[in-house]
Design a protein around this ligand. Sequence first.
Ligand code: NIG
Ligand code: FE
Length: 417
Amino acid sequence: MANLLIRNIKGLVLAVQEASAAVRGKDMAQLPVLENAWLLVENDTIHSYGSMPGCPERADTTLDANDRFVFPSWCDSHTHLVFAASREEEFVSRIKGLSYEDIAAQGGGILNSARKLQSMPAEQLLESAWNRLEEIIGYGTGMVEIKSGYGLTLDSELKMLRVIRELKKISPIPIKATFLGAHAMPAEFKTNREGYLKLVIDEMLPKIAAEGLADYCDVFCERGFYSVEETDRILKAAAQYGLKPRIHANQMHYSGGVQVGIANQAISVDHLEHCGAAEIAALQHASTFPTLLPSCSFFLGLPYAPARDLIDAGLPVVLATDFNPGSTPSGRMPFVLSLACIHMKMLPEEAIHAATINGAAALEMADQYGSITPGKIANLMISKPMSSIAFLPYAFGTDPVERVILAGKEWNRNQRQ
Ligand code: NIG
Ligand code: FE
């Protein structure tokens, strides 16, 4: 047995005795922060915490967190961090006036990423994904979801999901995998959509399920990508294999994605840059999480999702990065929190809930991650010296993380499991 004691913590963030479910509505503004605290970790698990006067006297390892806050790690519930290459040439085309949709319609975008991924060996994909995983852990992320969707052929979707499986084996943080075969329509199926839908439903899904390669199923439900009817068909087929939906909805338009996700008991509907009264009312009658990705709005110049309306409607808003080469080439959760506060008018307390416990709940892992709760896995970060919680989203260019603790041990780069 090994234990770790963190002493003199300026503020222990989200310290709650009971493993809570997601935090919703006005409760999101009430962030529990225990001032002048200690935290004891035993092996990989949070053991106990309290106020400094009652601090245990010794431990195998002791860290002093003077002037620093201790946070539960970020739970990034939406990424595409396995990909072959960056797409800065499209970034330059957009600067010159083309839109994301123009580029996609010309065979760029997701299809560009798919061509590159199809020809890249799995080992190389794994290596680059590992580097990105290490990068996001350094930003304080302690749990992540990763999607396929740059394969778009049976072999390449399997290759991508197997890379995610290999990444799970060496990763120091938990990973959930999502099958996103319906991300874009491959060029060879442009005039034969039915042919690709059949490939997804009759060939990809059974193989992926048989190998246990995915935890969830996603569809890019959007004009120019997949219709509501196609989304419904794919999600119903995925349900036959026990894959629950978490889908891309309402990014560019009022696509009906929110409603079709809810109708299929989606765990989460993600993006919601276009989200009005009808979508919010539908979410109020569902257990589906609204997941917002403000760094995608930032990068593409899209509207920001109406976080205030969603929170005021009593909903449990989630924040994630959407890390991918096309719409969000960043896995930096602290920047997501800054954008949520600056552009979506979320309070720092709300943004912290949305990026921790609510992200864990959206990955169905809130019983083990997302808060400082005895019995949960000790995935934490210790901040640099900070004057208050609000400093974190306020100082949008400053790296707030000084140390990362994963499963009770201090993490440094180049540690594979
Ligand atoms: O979440 N919207 C669909 N998928 C990604 C973008 C993928 C890409 O452009 O490569 C997203 O924004
Ligand atoms: Fe995405």
